[in-house]
Design a protein. Structure first.
Ligand code: AKG
Ligand code: FE2
Length: 270
């Protein structure tokens, strides 16, 4: 018996049957790989973490716990973003061959892959991947347990956080710590979160508005509520594919959250 790929591409921006405002530029593809390829990719992911002695045995975070039992761990392939200098640096570790079945299905050329392990309960703070360092598409392949990905239209508060001088070392992009948004601040109005479930073996492509003008993140919590059902989280892995740009100039249409535009406006004329 031959297996036939069922690739379901849902253009969420035009999905009118669901009464949510989905971000423009978001595409979710489920069942990206054949079961055989998915199985091989999962094994390679586990070997990569075992090679760095990262413990991936599933430790469930109890409901209501303040912190996950273990932290998110990242392995970088291809050029890397240096959080201390805000510049892109070479990285001797090339993108491994086992990622080829995914890479051949990507809509654009990429030169960087970030493999991450999210133990149950772990998340990633809401952020916009730095405009000037990365290309037009931010692509996330998910493996393992499903997780709710949260999108929010960026606000003036997001811009303030992004362009604050202090930046957190080791985050995936601009994720500085700062006070939570003031819910009474009119600039936060309409900042309605949209949750999208990313199942294992799915590909989430962010371009245009959702890439440049929305934040994305994963809440640190032990369970997700999906269609009214509470689902405990398990081990999740992701591979973020991006095109790292060495010239560091962004030409997007979203100046409010663009570090290239912000820098140009804040550099005094000589
Ligand atoms: O884990 C993911 O799916 C996304 C990670 C992410 O947002 C990032 O690396 O910038
Ligand atoms: Fe990101």
């Amino acid at each position: 018996m031959t297996w036939e790929a069922t690739i379901t591409t849902v253009e969420l921006a035009t999905h009118t049957a669901i009464h949510h405002r989905y971000p423009q530029g978001l595409t979710l593809t489920e069942n990206l790989l054949s079961p055989e390829d998915y199985d091989r990719v999962l094994r390679s992911i586990l070997s990569a973490f075992h090679a760095i002695e990262c413990d991936t045995s599933e430790v469930i975070t109890p409901r209501g716990a303040k912190k996950p039992k273990r932290k998110r761990t990242a392995i970088h392939y291809g050029p890397q973003f240096d959080y201390s200098t805000n510049h892109v640096v070479e990285n001797p570790t090339p993108i491994p061959d086992w990622m080829a079945p995914i890479i051949t299905k990507l809509p654009v050329e990429i030169n960087q892959a970030t493999l991450q392990y999210y133990p149950p309960g772990a998340g990633i703070p809401p952020h916009i991947d730095t405009h000037s360092c990365f290309g037009s598409h931010i692509i996330s392949y998910s493996a393992g347990s499903a997780v709710a990905f949260e999108f929010k239209p960026a606000t003036s508060h997001t811009a303030e956080k992004m362009f604050a001088p202090r930046r957190v070392k080791g985050g995936p992009s601009m994720t500085p710590k700062s006070p939570s948004p003031d819910p009474n601040d009119p600039s936060e109005a309409g900042s309605q979160a949209v949750e999208v479930l990313l199942p294992g073996n799915s590909l989430c492509v962010m371009e245009n508005e959702v890439r440049y003008a929305w934040t994305h993140g994963i809440r640190s919590r032990a369970t997700d509520t999906i269609n009214g059902q509470t689902v405990p989280r398990g081990n999740r892995f992701s591979i973020t594919f991006r095109y790292v740009s060495f010239d560091g100039v962004c030409k997007c249409q979203f100046p409010n959250w663009c570090d290239t535009r912000h820098q140009a406006e804040n550099t005094p004329d000589t």
